[in-house]
Write a protein that binds this ligand. Structure first.
Ligand SMILES: Cc1cc2nc3c(=O)[nH]c(=O)nc-3n(C[C@H](O)[C@H](O)[C@H](O)COP(=O)(O)OP(=O)(O)OC[C@H]3O[C@@H](n4cnc5c(N)ncnc54)[C@H](O)[C@@H]3O)c2cc1C
Length: 563
């Protein structure tokens, strides 16, 4: 049996914010949900309008919009204006990071017009999209054509630009890798106003590989070509309950998608595991299935996308009582299965949101817009969530998952835990995230000669001590989690709150290619540094000036060296 001991913590005195959080549902139900619903409907209408435009017109508008971006960049006076970033409001982004650089001096470039699907090329099996196209928009257009991105990140609101410049993952990542591994080309406006197209094998291949995880600090992405795969109408999903200790569950997770005999026929199209308690989990595997197969007599079809349906994670949890079962879910509804309850975050925010009466009466207004949740929380609640709540993904080699689960139990006791495998490919260059050196020689379960199998261990909820009313220091716990990741060749996506110092940030990520591209593509002195951009804490004017000076110094040094 694994060690399930947790530290003994004293009880915590409640403060006024605790009560505010407890009754936050009043604002959510009467303000946030109705407004969200109106916003979603107007977005839907504008997407429909955009889809009516002929592709030629979309491409023409795209080119005109690029000219506007170039013009705006050229308007910047480096001596007076701040460093460049997109004009997207901090509360609109899905991520939980502080986005504090937007409170400091900066120079905004508006990319909001870049929200069109520019081309769907069935012959090349490639889609060309602008960066503000969302996952929900794209899947609504491609799924009826029996086409999809290889990696469709679950939440409808996630954007192409965010998933490329940050990170993106899905239950198919054990085959296709991270979102960035499915890219064909990137169209980027550089600091000096040049527009380049970067691919795996052209003269800008270094930029192509450096952009993922760079947070938009190498250039402004204005379009991307992404691979498409053929899909079928349904996902045949098997729910398998597993009981045992955390180490046994880690092994069951690996066995669910990486057959020990390596038989490719046994590899499912989709994998997802949810650990509900330290001794219980449900392991799901999916395969695409045709309409004909799904509708065959005796098969169960579950339209999980209907507003009144149980929240997906709770439906999955039912397997612990029901035992193993199989059902067919319409593919698009499966892709976005966690959108309505925002995985399980809504259980905290709206504790009765999962009750049958609420789902039937108001479920159609779900989910709330994350932007509205952020706007209505205020500074005190924002701080409260950062201290009392965790949203973290740990990306680590598969063979470390058992250790990670035990570490998380000891430090945070956050359940459910989301487990999603992903390949980390051995690329021709060393990128910010990279496989363990030498993994190909001593291949472990799921590894191949060209990719190491990693897993995303996601924790999104209030930790056990917080739920029990005990003292819990979120910043300290996250700090220890980050140290643990560095020691174990793990990575933390930058959308989450981080306590990393600059030195530790660059112990976690490899900076060689990033630095090289910052110099080569003249990003120094124009775009912020990725650590500065991800860093926690309000940026003061002094800090901005220091960051700008440091960047300018390096830029001059490089320029002198080149001369
Ligand atoms: C509640 C929650 C649920 C999540 N669910 C999932 C999930 O299901 N699957 C998943 O893969 N991830 C998920 N994530 C993480 C998510 O992948 C990241 O937040 C990701 O970066 C995308 O978010 P976004 O579209 O809001 O991008 P943003 O936060 O807007 O962008 C990310 C970074 O890219 C930069 N950027 C964006 N567009 C451009 C551009 N055109 N040019 C230059 N730079 C640009 C931004 O400046 C920013 O630094 C989730 C996060 C949270 C908090």
């Amino acid at each position: 049996m694994s060690n399930l001991q947790v530290p003994v913590r004293p009880k915590r005195q409640k403060i006024w914010v605790d009560y505010f959080v407890q009754f936050r549902w009043i604002i959510i139900v009467f303000v946030v949900l109705p407004i969200s619903c109106i916003i979603y409907f107007s977005i839907y209408l504008s997407e429909l309008r955009a889809e009516k435009k002929p592709y030629k017109l979309r491409q023409k508008e795209h080119e005109e919009n690029i000219k506007k971006v170039v013009k705006r960049l050229k308007q910047r006076n480096p001596l007076k204006d701040g460093l460049v970033c997109t004009a997207r409001k901090p509360y609109i982004v899905v991520g939980m990071r502080h986005v504090d650089y937007k409170r400091a001096r900066h120079f905004e470039v508006d990319l909001s017009a870049f929200n069109n699907i520019l081309e769907i090329d069935r012959e090349r099996m490639v889609v060309k999209v602008e960066p503000l196209v969302t996952m929900g928009h794209l899947s609504r257009v491609t799924v009826p054509m029996n086409l999809a991105l290889p990696v469709v990140s679950e939440l409808n609101d996630l954007t192409i630009g965010g998933l490329i410049n940050g990170y993106g993952i899905e239950g198919s990542s054990h085959i296709y890798g991270l979102f960035s591994d499915t890219l064909v080309s990137l169209e980027v406006v550089l600091a000096d106003g040049r527009v380049v197209r970067a691919t795996k094998d052209n003269e800008h291949s270094d930029l192509f590989y450096a952009i993922p995880w760079s947070q938009g600090t190498l250039g402004l992405l204005v379009s991307a070509e992404i691979k498409l795969i053929p899909i079928k109408e349904y996902m045949r999903l098997t729910y398998k309950p597993v009981r045992g200790n955390l180490r046994e569950m880690a092994q069951a997770f690996a066995d669910s998608f990486a057959p020990r005999d390596g038989d490719p026929k046994k590899i499912p199209d989709f994998v997802e595991s949810l650990i509900f308690t330290p001794t219980e989990g449900v392991f799901m595997t999916g395969r695409y299935a045709s309409k004909g197969e799904a509708e065959r007599r005796g098969n169960v079809i579950n339209r999980v996308g209907w507003w009144f349906k149980p929240w997906f994670y709770q439906h999955a949890e039912a397997a612990l009582k029901r035992g193993e079962f199989v059902e067919y879910i319409p593919t698009r509804e499966y892709y976005h299965r966690h959108t309505r309850p925002l995985f399980w975050e809504m259980k905290l925010i709206l504790p009765f949101g999962d009750q049958w009466w609420f789902r039937w009466l108001m479920g159609w207004m779900m989910p709330p817009k994350i932007s509205l949740l952020k706007i209505t929380q205020g500074e005190a609640i924002r701080k409260y969530y950062h201290d009392m709540h965790v949203i973290q993904d740990m990306l680590l080699p598969m063979h470390k998952v058992a250790d990670a689960l035990e570490f998380l139990h000891h430090e945070m006791e956050v359940y459910p835990i989301w487990l999603c495998p992903h390949r980390l490919f051995k690329l021709p260059v060393k990128t910010m995230v990279y496989p363990e050196p030498g993994f190909e020689q001593n291949q472990k379960q799921g590894d191949t000669s060209y990719a190491q199998m990693f897993a995303d261990v996601g924790v999104y909820y209030a930790p056990g001590p917080v739920l029990r009313g005990e003292v819990f220091d979120g910043a300290e716990a996250v700090g220890r989690l980050e140290e643990w990741l560095i020691r174990n060749h793990g990575f933390q996506p930058q959308y989450s709150v981080s306590e990393l110092t600059e030195q530790n940030f660059w112990r976690m990520f490899d900076r060689s290619l990033y630095d090289q591209c910052r110099k080569k593509y003249k990003a120094l002195g124009t775009f912020m540094d990725v650590y500065y951009k991800s860093k926690k804490g309000k940026k003061t004017e002094r800090e901005v000036l220091e960051a700008e000076a440091a960047i300018a110094e390096t830029a001059y040094a490089v320029a002198e060296k080149e001369d």
